[in-house]
Design a protein around this ligand. Structure first.
Ligand code: ADP
Ligand code: MG
Length: 567
């Protein structure tokens, strides 16, 4: 185990044991408070998955908490289910509900997603209050049986405390398993640079679904423990206040690390107790304390210990033995056939057909607004064409999502590269490595991709990369998915002549192994000597096509783009 991981395990063990030891020595009241903190920490851990790691502001976590409480309550009271079975059902039912609502809700972006999940939580509350025969309506459910394991009722405050914190320890293990290794890097890339992530082959839909479902199961587990520890389930467990508490604990504790869930829950559960002496002014002080905490600790309590807590293991790679990425690359011809794309009245692509063959560099030129980036967006799956086909070898990519095209062998870079600042360059490339590679091979492959793209200092923070290095990182990430064809959108923009020469050598080397390149650029002394063929676009149509020297002298290309023949 790496030193950072070992330290993490030690810190997490201390954070799990110290509060329990303190509460056991402090007496019944503190034990009940700490039991509540443990319960909330489980719900917060789940929320960290969807909100902290993936950046999706779900407002339904409080409802999953409530649904878990009602599930175990109903099964325990009406059907006499024993604790472990009803507890398990409290994980499965919220997870199943999350699965069903995920279909319409997870397609929504940012604040629409937040509003939709808020709507769901309101529906859950209405059902809880109005379904009197089932949930007991406003009176709730009384007589939830205590937790019982192997015939022993765990109804003392000490026993409940220990059971809840043991479940919390298991939840921490499950959380760490869900976001271990490259999975964590992929989530960070999805959160910070979603377009780069999907075009690197990461399936955003599958990840959102799995984390939303997992977060619901965590929420349900917490709600079930709450029901068993106090013996009643009232509609208060479905009220928005629960969600507000979970959100506040996540933000105050820290969004990304399990330590944050424990610290946030322990602090926020105790805060009302500490401010109780203020009586009527308690809420003002509570609000002010939260505000100060958010301003002083933007990364939460866990952020204060960032130097010791390793969210994602940083590592120094072995020097690559070869500058050739090792993922298998199948050679294939890219056919873009009759592509059309309109934006309202603007015709961005008008029946454009292009073929890129293995090992060639196809230059794409044209004035600003002629449709070059749109062509790359449509081919890579970020935009849907109005008409036309995209084929790679024998595969029809036309209806495929962006991540599927990347996995099939079509990769791209961006005119303005967006980097995930929470990842080192190495981690960013690792995130894009094919899932089939084991950790060791992925590490070697990532290092080789960085080396092939000419990025020589991959261990520096991404924030300190120069614009030229940021472009190289974008190229390395595009290489990581093992493409057969690579679409490069103005990779030389903003580079010095020396950096352009480096890039030219780098691209030439890449085509040696059969990689086909579509290269968009405006710098003619860079592009013309490098390209095997050139296509000139103007207002969305191909106006000239052929060897570079011929296109440079083509009257249509001169009229549309060059203005005068280049020397
Ligand atoms: P280029 O990369 O050749 O400079 P683009 O492909 O970016 O050109 O743009 C082609 C045309 O399509 C331009 O007129 C541009 O304004 C328009 N366009 C591109 N993307 C969009 C969009 N998302 N919404 C509306 N219009 C767009
Ligand atoms: Mg462009």
């Amino acid at each position: 185990m790496k030193a950072g991981s070992l330290r993490n395990v030690g810190i997490m063990a201390a954070l799990l044991i110290a509060p329990v030891a303190f509460a056991l020595s402090a007496g019944g009241y503190e034990q009940r408070i700490m039991t509540l903190a443990g319960i909330y920490a489980i719900a917060v851990l789940g929320y960290q998955l969807i909100f902290g790691r993936l950046g999706a502001l779900s407002l339904a976590q409080g409802s999953f908490f409530g649904i878990g409480a009602y599930t175990t309550g109903l099964l325990g009271i009406h059907l006499d289910w024993a604790f472990p079975a009803s507890f398990l059902a409290s994980l499965i039912i919220p997870a199943a509900i999350a699965c069903i609502i995920a279909i319409p809700v997870l397609r929504l972006e940012s604040h629409y997603f937040a509003l939709a999940t808020l709507g769901i939580s309101q529906i859950a509350l209405l059902v809880g209050v109005n379904w009197t025969e089932g949930t007991g309506g406003a009176n709730g459910l009384y007589g939830v049986p205590p937790m019982r394991i192997l015939g022993t009722a765990l109804d003392s405050s000490e026993a409940m405390l220990v059971v809840v914190w043991c479940v919390l320890a298991s939840a921490v293990l499950a959380f760490s398993w869900l976001v271990k290794g490259r999975a964590a890097h992929r989530l960070t890339l999805l959160r910070e640079a979603p377009e780069a992530a999907v075009t690197a082959g990461i399936d955003i839909g599958a990840r959102r679904l799995s984390l939303f479902v997992a977060s619901a199961a965590f929420g349900g587990a917490a709600g079930a423990l709450q029901a068993h520890s106090i013996g009643v389930v009232s509609p208060a467990v479905l009220e928005f206040q629960v969600m507000v508490s979970i959100l506040a604990m996540t933000v105050i504790g820290g969004r990304g690390h399990p330590a944050g869930a424990i610290l946030g829950a322990v602090l926020l559960v105790h805060l009302p107790e500490w401010f109780r002496f203020l009586e009527a002014h308690y809420l003002v002080a509570y609000g002010a304390a939260l505000l100060v905490a958010v301003i002083v600790m933007p990364e939460g309590l866990a952020g204060l210990f960032r130097r010791w807590l390793v969210t994602q293991e940083r590592w120094a790679p072995e020097p690559p033995r070869t500058s050739k990425p090792e993922a298998p690359t199948t050679l294939a011809v890219l056919h873009l056939v009759g592509l059309c794309k309109r934006y309202g009245g603007v015709v961005a692509l008008d029946n454009v057909s292009i073929t890129v063959v293995p090992g060639e560099i196809l230059g794409l030129i044209g004035p600003n607004g002629s449709g070059k980036s749109t062509l790359i967006n449509v081919a890579s799956g970020l935009q849907t064409p109005d008409a036309g086909e995209i084929r790679l070898g024998n595969l029809d990519l036309t209806g495929m999502p962006a991540h599927g095209r990347a996995r099939a062998g079509l990769s791209r870079t961006f005119q303005t590269p967006v980097q995930a600042l929470g990842l080192s360059p190495l981690e960013s490339v690792l995130a894009a490595c094919p899932a089939g590679l084991d950790e060791r091979r992925a590490e070697r492959h990532a290092a080789a991709c960085l080396s092939a793209a000419g990025l020589t200092a991959p261990a520096v923070p991404t924030t300190s990369l120069s614009p030229a290095e940021a472009r190289r990182l974008d190229l390395a990430r595009a290489l990581a998915s093992g493409p057969a064809v690579l679409l490069l959108d103005e990779p030389a923009a903003g580079l010095t002549p020396a950096e352009r020469d480096d890039l030219a050598c780098c691209l030439k080397r890449l085509t040696d192994s059969g990689l086909g390149l579509l290269l968009v650029d405006h710098t003619m002394d860079f592009l013309l000597p490098l390209a095997d063929r050139v296509i000139c676009l103007a207002t969305g149509s191909v106006v000239a096509e052929g060897p570079p020297s011929m296109v440079a002298r083509d009257p249509a290309a001169i009229a549309a783009y060059f203005g005068e023949p280049p020397p």
